[in-house]
Structure formats: structure tokens, C-alpha cells
Ligand binder design. Structure first.
Ligand code: UN1
Length: 498
């Protein structure tokens, strides 16, 4: 059909096409004339094959000592490190964000690999004293079996690594369905594991679309855990399906992350942080700064300075030197951005900067949009309440810290938040009262590190966390072990003298 590179699913240690033979084209969002490759458009039968392979592999993998499993992760991380530049290039072509950021995405996967490799030598359990003499007891982590992982396009290597590495270290096997827009980056990640000596069937990758490949994975009775990162709408659907089957599920969904700027803040610092938080990754992070809640005493100065700074952002193909902001991932996402710009105007917010698609020259072949700032935004406007996932930020004036925190918390999401202040009391009050899974002081809402728990409250999640050792709770179950070495029957909760 064409001379584009053809990719296959990886199932049971073999690279195989979709059983139906269906494929789809993966194109560069910065220039849709550029085809990245042809990928399998998989269905329920491919998912069934992958789950069967993972189930088979589980029998041996769960018995491999955890430190040995850790060595595989360590080797894979070394390979990722060696290939960092190549994989970052592939990712920029596939996903659009600029090279500095795709290098960061690969780095985040490397960090997660080394962290979880070390966990192979810990996987701590707990010993607890008994109520009875001559009795020993402890609790240990047990793997669950086959894990189904569904990952988004915005961090196409880091987010798979947050799921695959902890799943493996706990002794599970996995089937991953990467976002249809970014399969290559996840294939690259799996290739590093394969080259590190991954046993057959321990990790299987099946590409395709949500309804046709993702849903059968969620529904498959042999899949014991689902870990999903994506929109709140789809996450809620996934959660319902899992509830019907009593399946474990971890959800990471949307955000509407606030940055509070107090009147005593260092505005130079704020400027750099706000522009990076709002327009880094084209605003396509669930942690992106999408509301700037600023004290009225400084809001005018701040607005004009952010406008001047954001105006200088170089928008273009992320592979070109000097570019700072790439395209939206696809036409659908660009349309969402355009829709919210229109909504913001209709709601009476003041368009301070941007608001237009960029189509000059080669930009017309991609999904580029200007960095966009709305000023004088009211807390209840849709642009201040709903996740946009694009380069659009709303500035909301407030009169006090109390009001700022109230506005910050008054959205359906709770992933990340931040406060800029020189007053230590303000900082501690904000850390206590901002109802989000992550709070930053004098830093923007993006940039979480993998060895701390990552996740959010309310519509952002379901109480689970990725990152940190807390992530192990998604991929293991606690088993309590009691050993009675008294030589007689000791009855718990009963006076044995009776
Ligand atoms: C995401 O936006 O989906 O904290 C993940 C951050 C990155 C991860 C973002 N380390 O911004």
C-alpha cells in the first residue's frame, strides 16, 4: 500500500498483525503530510490473544524473585538512557511537543525504572505483634495477575512506565493499549524491555482505538486490574465496567489546576512559572496551569506582564531549534481549544492574548494555536470550570487568600495546585487547605517527580495514586500470614484459660 514502516502488536513474544488485518496511519500533528507508521487497528480477538499470553506468562513470572525482576527493569532503564535522543525525536514527531520536553518524558520513564528496580529489593511487608504468645504474624504483597493498562497520548512513554514498571515489579503481567495517536513511543518503550530480556508474554502491546480495543481489555474476565489515564468521561465509563465485574481499577483523569498569586509574590518568579505551567506541552498536561487566581492588588500588572511574556513564545514544529510550543495532538483537540475560546468570548471574559489558530506557511499543515490568555474571568465561567487541555489560561481576580483558596477548590477536579507568596503562613495555609493531590509553593502546577505519589481528588481520580511506593497498592494485594508455634490450639479473641 505504501512504503511507510509497518508496526505489529507484540503478543506472547511475537510481533503479529491484527487478526482482522486492519491498520491505521499515525501522522505527525505538526505536519500531517508526515506519516509516522502504519499500526494494527486491533479488536477483541487480539486483546483475547494478548490476555491469554499474559495469563500463561504469569505462572512463571510471579515466581521470579523480585530482585531479579528488578534487574530486568534496571537493564531496560539503561537501554532507554542510551536511546533517549532517538526516542525523544520519535516522540516529538509523533506527539508534537518540543524536544526538550520529549527528552523529559523519556527521562521520567528512566527515573521510574530505576526507582521500581530498587523496589525489587524492598517490596516491604509488615510484621505485627500477636495478641497471643508463641505466634508470629506478617503481611506481604501478592501480585494480582494480568493487568490491563490504557494510556494517553500526552506522556506516551512516561505514563506507560508509571504503570508497567510497578505492575512487573509486583509480579504481574500486562497488556497495554496505548493511545491511538501515540503508539510508536509506547512501542519504543516495550522494545527497550524486550531488548533487556523480557520473558515472552510478560508484557504485551496491542494498538488500536478505545471502543474497539480498549473496551474489550476492560471487559476481559481474565484481566484483574485496570489502570486508566485519560478523560474523566471515559474514566467514569471504565470505572462502571470494572465495578460490574468487581475488578480493581486505578483512574487518573482531568484537572483544572489553579495557581494562586498573592500580593506579596515575587512577580518575576511568577511570570516564568505561569508561562511554563500554562503553555508548556501546549497546555496538554493534566497538571497544566489553567487558572491563575491573582490578588486584585497586582492582577493588572501581572496580566500585562504575562501577556508580554507569552507573546514571545515561539510556536512551531518541536524538532526545530528554538521552538517552545508545539501543536495540539489532533484536529479534535484543536477544535476543543477553538470551542472554549469562543465560549470564553461569549461569557464576557476579556481576551488578553491569542485566540486564533495559526496557519501561516507550514503551520497550516499542523494543529497549531496561539497561546491564549483570558483576563477578568469569573470563577463560575465555563472556561474557569471545565478542562480545556490546550494553550488557554484564565486569570481570575480575588481579594484575599481565603477567597483565592475557595475559588481554587470550587471546581470538579483536584489534581494539582500552587501558590506564589513570600509569606510562610500563607504557604502553610494553602498546603493545608487546597484540596488537590499535589500542592506546589513558589512553583507552577506541573513537574511532579515519580517517587512521590501522583494523583488527585474529586473528578481527577478514585483515591489511587501513581508514583511513590503508594503505586504498589494498585498492583498488589495484601496477604496476612499467621504462624502459631505454640504446639497447641490458641483461640484468638477468647480467654484460653476458659
Ligand atoms: C500528565 O499531565 O498527564 O507533573 C502527567 C507533571 C509531569 C507528568 C504529567 N511529570 O507535569
Amino acid at each position: 500500500m505504501s512504503d511507510h514502516k509497518v508496526y505489529y502488536n507484540y503478543i506472547g513474544g511475537e510481533w503479529v498483525p491484527a487478526r482482522s488485518g486492519k491498520t491505521y496511519e499515525n501522522r505527525n500533528p505538526a505536519d500531517t503530510r508526515d506519516v509516522i507508521g502504519i499500526f494494527p487497528d486491533s479488536g477483541a480477538e487480539d486483546i483475547a490473544d494478548a490476555v491469554a499470553a499474559a495469563k500463561e506468562a504469569y505462572n512463571a513470572w510471579r515466581l521470579v524473585p523480585a530482585p531479579k525482576r528488578g534487574e530486568l527493569l534496571y537493564r531496560a532503564s539503561q537501554i532507554l538512557q542510551e536511546r533517549k535522543e532517538q526516542y525523544a525525536n520519535d516522540m516529538t514527531r509523533e506527539m508534537g511537543k518540543v524536544l526538550a520536553e520529549t527528552r523529559g518524558d523519556v527521562q521520567e520513564a528512566i527515573d521510574m525504572g530505576y526507582f521500581m528496580a530498587g523496589e525489587g529489593r524492598r517490596l516491604y511487608g509488615v510484621t505485627t505483634p500477636s495478641e497471643l504468645p508463641n505466634k508470629f504474624q506478617m503481611s506481604v504483597r501478592q501480585p494480582l495477575g494480568v493487568c490491563g493498562l490504557i494510556t494517553p497520548w500526552n506522556f506516551p512513554m512516561a505514563i506507560p512506565s508509571w504503570k508497567i514498571f510497578p505492575a512487573l515489579i509486583c509480579g504481574n503481567t500486562v497488556v497495554i493499549k496505548p493511545a491511538e495517536d501515540t503508539p510508536l513511543s509506547t512501542y519504543n518503550f516495550v522494545q527497550a524491555l524486550v531488548d533487556a530480556g523480557l520473558p515472552k508474554g510478560v508484557v504485551n502491546i496491542v494498538s488500536g482505538h478505545g471502543p474497539t480495543a480498549g473496551e474489550p481489555l476492560v471487559q476481559h474476565p481474565d484481566v484483574k486490574v485496570i489502570s486508566f489515564t485519560g478523560s474523566t468521561e471515559v474514566g467514569r465509563h471504565v470505572s462502571t465496567l470494572c465495578a460490574q465485574q468487581g475488578k480493581h481499577v486505578s483512574l487518573e483523569m482531568g484537572g483544572k489546576n489553579p495557581m494562586i498569586i498573592m500580593d506579596d509574590a515575587d512577580l518575576d518568579l511568577v511570570l516564568a512559572g505561569a508561562v511554563w505551567g500554562a503553555f508548556g506541552t501546549t497546555g496538554q498536561r493534566c497538571t497544566a496551569t489553567s487558572r491563575i487566581i491573582a490578588h486584585r492588588a497586582i492582577v493588572d500588572e501581572l496580566t500585562s506582564r504575562i501577556q508580554a511574556e507569552a507573546k514571545t513564545i515561539q510556536v512551531g514544529n518541536g524538532l526545530v531549534d528554538g521552538m517552545q510550543m508545539g501543536p495540539s495532538i489532533n484536529q479534535g483537540q484543536l477544535s476543543v481549544v477553538e470551542k472554549y475560546v469562543k465560549i470564553g468570548r461569549e461569557e464576557g471574559a476579556e481576551l488578553v492574548l491569542g485566540g486564533e489558530r495559526l496557519t501561516d506557511g507550514d503551520l497550516g499543515h499542523g494543529f497549531f494555536h496561539q497561546p491564549t490568555i483570558f483576563g477578568n474571568v469569573k470563577r463560575n465561567m465555563r472556561i474557569a470550570q471545565e478542562e480545556i487541555f490546550g494553550p488557554v489560561v484564565s486569570i481570575i481576580p480575588v481579594d484575599s487568600l481565603e477567597e483565592a483558596i475557595d475559588v481554587a477548590n470550587d471546581v470538579p477536579y483536584g489534581l494539582s495546585s500552587s501558590i506564589y507568596t513570600r509569606n510562610v503562613n500563607n504557604a502553610f495555609i494553602a498546603m493545608r487547605d487546597l484540596y488537590t493531590g499535589i500542592v506546589y509553593v513558589n512553583a507552577p502546577t506541573i513537574g511532579a517527580e515519580i517517587h512521590l505519589p501522583f494523583g488527585g481528588t474529586k473528578g481527577t481520580g478514585n483515591g489511587k495514586r501513581e508514583g511513590g511506593t503508594q503505586v504498589l497498592d494498585t498492583y498488589s494485594e495484601w496477604k496476612s500470614l499467621y504462624v502459631d508455634y505454640s504446639g497447641g490450639l490458641q483461640r484468638a479473641q477468647i480467654d484460653n484459660a476458659e
